[in-house]
Design a protein around this ligand. Sequence first.
Ligand code: ZN
Length: 682
Amino acid sequence: MQKYITIIVTMIYLLTTVGCRENAPANNGNFSYSVDRFADLEVLRYQVPGFEELKLNQKILIYYLSKAAIEGRDILYDQNNKYNLSIRKTLEAVYENYKGDRDSGNFKKFETYLKRVWFSNGIHHHYAMDKFEPGFEQAFFEEAVRSIPAETLPIYAYNGNVNTLLEAIIPVMFDKNLYAKRVNQTPGEDLIVTSANNYYEGVTQAEVESFYDAMKDSNDLTPISFGLNSKLMKEDGKMVEKQWKEGGMYTLAIEKIVYWLEKAQDVAENEQQKQIIKTLIEYYLTGNLKTFDEYSIRWVKDLNSRVDFINGFIETYGDPLGIKASWESIVNFKNLEATKRTEIISSNAQWFEDRSPVDSRFKKKVVKGVSAKVITAAMLGGDCFPPTPIGINLPNSNWIRQMHGSKSVTIENITEAYDKAGKGSGFAQEFVWSAEEIRLIDEYGFATGNIEVDLHECLGHGSGQLLPGVNPDALKAYGATIEEARADLFALYYIADKKLVELALLPDEEAYKAEYYRFMMNGLMTQLTRIELGNNIEESHMRNRQLIARWVLEKGAEERVVEFARRDGKTFVVINDYGKMRELVGALLAEIQRIKSEGDFNAAKELVETYGVKVDPELHKEVKERYEALGLAPYKGFVNPVYKPVLNKDGQIIDVKIEYGENFTEQMLRYTKEYANLQVVN
Ligand code: ZN
């Protein structure tokens, strides 16, 4: 599971003036964080502090793994929609070869559209899930495509014919109703038929559910993640899975990934890590999900290697049923100093579990191996790029988590980049109620933001248990929101506990108020900056945040625990009683854990639909207007650094240099050239 930064965290970080963060990386003088700004997006670059000090073989390992991290780029495009690669390659060909007026309004809008496609790995907004509008005229686009040399276009899949290509992609780009949503969560609709992703073709939701239900054996205590690494479609009226493996679907990309993993295996830091890479290769070669589980277990047990990585079909947010996983990769190494913080939290995991406000039947008697560390990202790929999570907790398989624990990370050089990039934005002055809340956030916000992520990832997701016999997928489309709410509530409940002060994780018993205020302001108001007017909330982390905030607001209304206040015609969030708010957080945590543990689908649906989905249109409009006046981008993503091996005269790598100069367009076009692994039809 991944945790994305919320916009308020982003903005709050920049208010922090005190040096409360451990091991803040040295700022290389004039390092420039902001790279590009378009639509509702900003692209940043991140530093990789500590890379130079790694041992040579660790640097080489990172270099090989970073290659493997980009080789799967095309897979994600194809997973997100079957026309994405055709469209991206056509857009890129026009961008590179168009000889017409590049300063025209149409071309400028075209350029923005291309950048949005790069940013979202396809034609749908990476967060809102809806298809974005081109903005330029269709006639301009057709003329531009016809004006460039045909051999630069991906016509090989369209009978070598530019017209056939255009007939295929123009409706996909310009018809608002076609493939309107990448992931549709609207209850009552067929979620598979109405979702534009490429995980299924020609099958209904009912067919998918019965296909996978038939595979499940309720007596199997260690079930594989059925359907995780395949496309499900019909051939001659029969349901078939097209597996993503060497020799199967996406083989051209997977062969390249395996090539670099084999090199990485040779320079592994230790035998354990070598075995992990070996098992992952075997999984890519066979597609066997039992092997994937074996790999996950080996991976979760490796706590000693300095370098670590994720590479594979991991997260299922892109499938409304949470079955199919998108391809992603992160290469990273442990931030030794900051990891001391998460080690304190995880070594006290049982203390927190025993005292949580949930029914004892739903608690883990023994919390196993909640390992947590703070990492430095060295390379991001697939579904972690360009938009990047700030925390990750894996593996996702429930029984592996229960029997072997999970690994949790906070990606601190990414939060660092967010922090540094947005200095002086005026966000807090616009949205925070008074000087008192600004002081709290100023003084504690940076520390509590990091601690919230740590608690969410290393305790929240790892806490609690299902009652025996409860289907882990019982909450269906509401499962992801409930799970994120559970993790956030666990974090919010304990961030206000004086145990955190005792453990020296927070400076005093007032610090948590910064996080409470931040959370409520974001959940009730400022996260709405990310939603188009007229739309509801779709994304599960956002639904979770609003669910918690709206529920606390409503349940505390009589005692005025939290309320909206107005000043100068503007709406603000005011928290009157932080102690009572913590009680409400505890009460909701108990209920959410009950829903999860019992698999109470109806209660999950009721909670999410009542509090998490619908948006107050008046407030929404106001928040958007105030935010737009500040000129800030609600979403941020990253470019990667460039790693260059230094060879001796025998061709051996004697060092790896890191460079940061590349801009967004340069990097995207280079990736397309160097990692053009998939055809447009796979
Ligand atoms: Zn999470």
